[in-house]
Design a binder for this molecule. Sequence first.
Ligand code: ADP
Length: 504
Amino acid sequence: MSDYIIAIDQGTTSSRAIIFDDRGTIVSSGQKEHAQIMPRAGWVEHDALEIWRNVQEVIGVALARADLTRHGIAAIGITNQRETTVVWDRRTGRPVTNAIVWQDTRTQDIVDRLAADGGVDRFKGTVGLPLATYFSGTKVAWILENVPGARESAEAGDLLFGTTDSWIIWNLTGGPEGGVHVTDVTNASRTLFMDLRTLEWRNDILEVFGVPRAMLPEIRSSSEVYGVAEASSLLRETPIAGILGDQQAATFGQAAFSVGNTKNTYGTGCFLICNTGEEIVHSKNGLLTTVGYQLGDGPAHYALEGSIAVTGSLIQWLRDQLGIIGSAPEVEELARTVPDNGGVYIVPAFSGLYAPYWRPEARGTIVGLTRFANKGHISRAALEAVAYQTRDVLDAVNADSGVALSELRVDGGMVANDALMQFQADILGVPVVRPVVAETTALGAAYAAGLAVGFWGGLEDLTANWQEDRRWEPQLDVAERERLLRQWRKAVTKSMDWIDEDSR
Ligand code: ADP
């Protein structure tokens, strides 16, 4: 048996390859950014061919840095930016247009058209998602409606659709010469096309979207051998054995396998996922229902997910737009210059409020300013806003699942911020726990692949690998916590009802 697993993490800003050993420790990695193409306001695209070139390059870098060849690698796991949509010609391997990224909002007209009959929750009972520009279904519909010749080629059976997991696997397994066209249940659960219960594409929904079923990848579990890398690749004959969308991969990498286990990833935005086990829980509180993972022919495990649009990007805003800090970590120093927020609250509703409020007409606001407020208070209010928003989403999770959270596992770039993590524990009233391996996304994909080829024996091995690095216990007095939360909720109401006919 080879000694390592390689994970390919095809993310929004970069592609990475990370090699792990059987303890889940990082042995080496390679990383390369790709261009963010923004041809118009609200449009965000990637060049799928550039992504594929970068993936091949970072695989080579990671192998070289560990002084390994394919013989040392037992399996390949893939994790990916979710929802980003690629449509390509199966005969040539060429995308018909740039990939449409998850953040892209060009499909609002399609959403409005589809929602005219039955509202945005029209398919929610089946697919777990509201109609929104975020999900890949609206993006593939846009390509078929707007790229010249695309609909005819799709109907002739020449075009394939996939998220970047499918795109990479198809290329890795031979492309036009016999490439395997698959995705996993977690990625499929973000299209708007998959029935959460049967884990199959819904013909009736595909018909409403005007998308031919022949374009779609086969839906497979998150952990099984899908194919082997082709002859000319650095990893030739190595099995590709795991696929998980990035947030689900982070949850898996956190070993959150039991009902009620919850993780929050603090990056540009925050993504909180709570494992609901084999039960499909439909949210009454503004959360998405999604597949967490499925191992081989075992049952699907489901999850509730809350997305917060602006968290790390609020810190970037302090740095780039206000210039009150020179780098992200400085926000902590500045926040520590004051003993409390001085009555200042920032509601970063830069593009409306997401979960659990869903108020597109809200806009960002700073309230409670007095002559006394300084940049320390602003920095503190920014960090606190991240924690309050997470609390709001967790309240929704608790209400939907009926399970009270006992601790929150955390990862992502912002967990380096000690002040934020302490305040998060204070405002949640439960411990916040950071693992030793913070690269939970790539680790989750490696785990899924390693399980399928017997590199790890079962979930117990993965649970044993999970190690606590640091734990923050709640310290704040309960009455003070409730007072802060009342103030925050008042601040949130001040951000609402802002955009109207006078706004530009
Ligand atoms: P993503 O995967 O979304 O690109 P990362 O997980 O790499 O994000 O986290 C980067 C984000 O975290 C940035 O938005 C940055 O502003 C923020 N960040 C990084 N370090 C800190 C810190 N010490 N304190 C506060 N925010 C931070």
